[in-house]
Design a binder for this molecule. Sequence first.
Ligand code: RNT
Ligand code: ZN
Length: 418
Amino acid sequence: MSIEKMYEYAKEVYAEYGVDVDAAMAKVANTPVSIHCWQGDDVRGFENPDGELSGGIQTTGNYPGRARNIDELRADFDFASKLIPGKKKLSLHAIYLDNGGKKVERNEIDIEHFTSWVQWAKERGLGLDYNPTCFSHPMADDGLTLSHNDPAVRNYWIEHCIRSRHIAEYFGKETGQRAMINHWVPDGYKDIPVNRALSRQYLADSYDKIFAEQLDDTCIGDALESKVFGIGAESCTIGSNEFYVACAMKHGKMVTLDTGHFHPTEVVSDKLSAVLTFMKEVMLHVSRPVRWDSDHVVIFDDELKAIANEIARGGYENRVNIGLDFFDASINRIACWAIGTRSMQKALLWAALEPVAMLQKFEAEGDFTSRLAYLEEIKTLPFAAVWDMYCEKQGVPVRDSWLKEVKDYEKKILEVRN
Ligand code: RNT
Ligand code: ZN
């Protein structure tokens, strides 16, 4: 049956539940999803691509064809973008600077190192996000940066973060789309520390300095990302969830909720309404933890749907900044981008098709029987037909047809890289 016919049928079925599928598609098409550049090259960047990835995060696998330089990464991203529906942004890390082959110290990084990115983004109407890189560097070898006992180390990273905020503000100003800056540091201890209070005081003092300057908040949004533990930092993470929630409230900033950064039975879907009761906005790092913060490619699973449902049920579309954060080097990296981001898009569409008003009415009336009955019934509504039409309307491949394009690109472009 044609996509059109299937869609007409689906439209009728959803209308019976009071859901307008056209409006749902339009809403999702306008919700930006920030795609992380670092899936393209295993978080190496261009500062020192042969260096070790540090900070307690890991990319496993050695699938051929990773992007080795700025041109390859841009080409790969352009290609991946064509496979993904919806409004996209690109999230850069400091180490993806355009340094023209010259070594630039992290505390000397500046706007000039990102002018070519801005130019490139403008040509595509693409918004940019930013991340200071406080890892994969000799000054981070102790596993401590903004909370280090040595003021010289702290000051080095404070300067990096201050400069990073200016770069993010510049992204926002130039692209006309507000840039999120995600602050994450790997700081923690492998073994039991005996002065947690002091480390946390140092981290707090560092953020007082980093946020001292008021920048144009129509251009930049600061977010603070907590974590539960990292490899080599198992006993204590200085920037824990409680630390950053409090720190963000103090400075009027947002937190970043990374789906891999909590204890295994905690879920980010439940945290959104909790923080948004008090914070204006929140940032997401949508990832897929498998047994630990493994950063597997995001799939259309229950928690992803639950996150999207919470955004839609709360009407939080303008308060949740959706960013992705996964990195798999064991399969085709462009396919990773396509699978992960298409899954995010699917989840947003799934959630936009939920008959929220009806379900919330049952709940308000105490009719929990109907609430559960309908939550189950809507799982088998003809969602696939709407998804196919959404892809068609967005001008991206429908169903699995994107995969063949990726395989061709792999043969022609990726395989000759090694
Ligand atoms: C690490 C954090 C952080 C990084 C990226 C590369 O656990 O999730 O967001 O993954 O900045
Ligand atoms: Zn993250």
